[in-house]
Design a protein around this ligand. Sequence first.
Ligand code: NAP
Length: 275
Amino acid sequence: MVTLPDGTRVPALGQGTWRMGEDRRARKAEVAALRLGIELGMTLIDTAEMYGEGGAEEVVGEAVEGRRDGLFIVSKVYPHNAGRRAVAAACERSLRRLGIDTIDLYLLHWRGSVPLAETVEGFEALKHAGRIACWGVSNLDVADMEELWSVGGAACATNQVLYNVDERGIEFDLIPWCAERHIPIMAYSPVGQGGRLLRHKALAGIAARHGATPAQVAIAWTLRLPGVIAIPKAADPAHVRENAAAAALRLTEEDHATLDAAFPPPARKRPLAIL
Ligand code: NAP
């Protein structure tokens, strides 16, 4: 479990939804995958108005219908909808698609041209109106976070950023910056989108030692830090089961040394990697 700045406790392992809601023929399977994940304890679900242009929020809405209690639903607003009035309208549209009364955590998807102060104002108004429980950001590097703080952003509940064993740049400065302020990091693409990362021999070797899979090793690695939440996306039920079981996998010091050798931690500042 991870504790948000307001004291809310959320599971460290949740589910992503990017690429869901894009094809109606896949909908039944996507809903079933999310429900399976919920049953297996991955009760935090991350979505966005951008995913499938509302389609993913509708899939989430269908998956959570009749079982809202105990779930933690995260959605994101487009930067161009992050103005004072536009954010309220965007939030209402998201709530309608999700079929819920309150979004648990509402994020600015990435920084656009709307001043951060205005977005903070809009988020705070939504909080006071009970339409969101808390708010946060995504894809903001340290300088942007500093600016956010300077405009009243200290209530920020998370920063959702790219983080996996092959994308470790944020360990240099953003992770320590957030940790000092007790802001959890939400790690997106924790299995490297199921591509090259999962074929790396270092992951394969560690997986074999544990009777696990490379994806499980990749997820367990992101969860080694106390303030990190990982949100792998899986529409395939076998992947969902695999990912859920990764929460119980404990990597050894030797595993960590192997991974550090294969994917060295950053020795200097790197610009924030974004997908
Ligand atoms: P990801 O979770 O690293 O990878 C998802 C891909 O990997 C899917 O193709 C999935 O296939 C496959 N996969 C999942 N589990 C697997 C396993 N155990 N073994 C093999 N393949 C597996 O990448 P992501 O979707 O980019 O990131 C996760 C979530 O983070 C997103 O869905 C979204 O909610 C969020 N995100 C946020 C941002 C942002 O800007 N804030 C950017 C990117 C992502 P199947 O679907 O076929 O199972």
